[in-house]
Design a protein around this ligand. Structure first.
Ligand code: GUN
Ligand code: ZN
Length: 441
């Protein structure tokens, strides 16, 4: 095995869940650490003084004043919506009709979708996000474009074709039958190729008939290594609508339950306004939720209950997510900051150890990739980011007062943006270098 490179800096890895143990017990950190990479994988993580002599002649990328950690994992985003981020003045149901559906219609065109997919994945990398679970549009071409672009970058990306067969413009609708058939063909074409994972993607109960949800459940059962992603209880008017559309269902989650869409690998976006029954059902079924804090604030949806769902006995698996383009930022720093602020509004303070854990290890676990990505561990894929801890004059001044790792990390999650992402490695290859990108501009 030939070592392809060593990444040197202040390394941070998680050894336990900071919702269960204290922040200090949850991490392994080294002020002068080294991550050894070979054949796309992490071979070794340890103090540079011990590690470097074992690999004489290996190329070393050394970063001063920088934190080396696993790339971010964004557990819920819609790539065709990047072009409508920051759309003014609407809440969920109006926002979908006014902005979202028209934008997604354009993704029937493969060339258009390719350009959108490249722009999206490049923006992910520039923000340190190396893995995401992505909604495409209804059109298979929109999935081909994203997976092709992810394969070209060798990124670990989950994605799926949105299925919807009612309550959306005709050009965006499939049927229970074509949604199933086209998704199945996409699974056969893409799932497990390179580092790609297919996610069965019924958009949400209001835009699917019960027949389509049933077909989605059947498809997921036939392909149990795929993921399942959808939306749940984001907005109060949406919940009322579901009540009217599914009079037999006990609650919103019950519409998915009836179709066999719960279980490990199921990932429900938003999950804000939940009943006790729904919370118990999510927990018992091993389903996960994606907290989308910038989106929930921006579209005015509500305040996610981090304490009640995650910082408690019998916690539910939670990831944090940008929810582009309902979300207002591509940055997981902004996303952690919004998660902190929303928790504060509910009287709960989200510790930076927990925020960074959710944005890496926690997200990977939501996507059943917790043994591959989201952490700096020997044997894991070398998806690594380098965070410049003094990326702006304001942060530089603030960091003079940061006397421990937690204050340094908290400063980053509140003040940093893509300027802090110094470098990003995907399967060991450097795909983003901030300073080279600047020099090119
Ligand atoms: N619910 C159904 N579709 C969507 C979407 O595209 N974005 C958000 N935020 N919520 C949804
Ligand atoms: Zn969404």
């Amino acid at each position: 095995m030939t070592v392809s490179r060593i990444i040197r800096g202040r390394t941070l890895a998680f050894r336990d869940d900071p919702f269960r143990v204290s922040p200090d017990e949850s991490v392994d950190q080294c002020d002068d650490g080294a991550v050894v990479v070979a054949e796309g994988r992490i071979v070794e993580v340890g103090p540079a003084q011990e590690v470097l002599p074992r690999h004489p002649g290996a190329a070393v990328d050394a970063y001063a004043d920088a934190l080396v950690m696993a790339g971010f994992v964004d557990t819920h985003a819609h790539y065709p919506q990047m072009e409508l981020m920051g759309a003014y003045g609407a809440q969920l149901l109006e926002w979908l009709v006014k902005y979202t559906f028209p934008a997604e219609t354009k993704y029937s065109d493969l060339q258009y979708a390719r350009a959108g997919a490249d722009a999206y994945l490049d923006a992910c990398l520039a923000n340190g996000t190396t893995t995401a679970s992505v909604f495409c549009a209804t059109y298979p071409a929109s999935v081909d474009a994203l997976f092709d672009a992810a394969l070209g970058r060798n990124m670990r990306i989950a994605a799926g074709k949105v299925m919807m067969d009612r309550n959306a413009p005709a050009p965006l609708c499939d049927t229970a039958e074509t949604g199933y058939r086209d998704s199945k063909a996409l699974i056969e074409k893409w799932h497990g190729r390179g580092r790609l994972t297919y996610a069965v993607t019924p958009r949400f109960s209001p835009t699917s008939t019960p027949e389509q949800l049933d077909a989605s459940g059947a498809l997921w059962r036939e392909h149990p290594t795929t993921l399942m992603q959808t939306h749940l209880s984001e907005n109060l008017a949406e919940i009322e609508w579901v009540r009217g559309l599914y009079p037999q269902a006990p609650d919103y989650l019950g519409t998915y339950e009836a179709a066999g869409l719960l279980g490990e690998g199921a990932n429900f976006g938003h999950a804000i306004h939940l009943t006790e029954r729904e919370i118990a059902l999510l927990r018992e079924s091993g389903s996960a939720v994606s907290h989308c804090p910038t989106s929930n604030a921006f579209i005015g949806s509500g305040l996610f209950d981090m304490k009640g769902l995650r910082d408690c006995a019998d916690a539910i698996r939670v990831g944090i997510a940008t929810d582009i383009g309902g979300g207002s930022s591509m940055s997981m720093f902004d996303t952690m900051k919004a998660a902190y602020e929303i928790a504060q509004l509910r009287g709960y303070s989200l510790h930076p150890a927990r925020a960074f854990w959710l944005a890496t290890v926690g997200g990977a676990e939501v996507l059943r990739m917790g043994d591959r990505v989201g952490n700096l561990v020997a044997g894991y894929d070398a998806d690594v980011m380098v965070i410049d801890l003094k990326s702006t004059p304001v942060i530089e001044r603030r960091m003079r007062r940061a006397d421990d790792i937690w204050d340094a990390l908290f400063t980053q999650m509140i003040l940093a943006d893509d300027r802090a992402i110094r470098a990003v490695y995907v399967a060991g290859e450097k795909l983003h270098d901030r300073d080279e990108a600047r020099a090119d501009a």
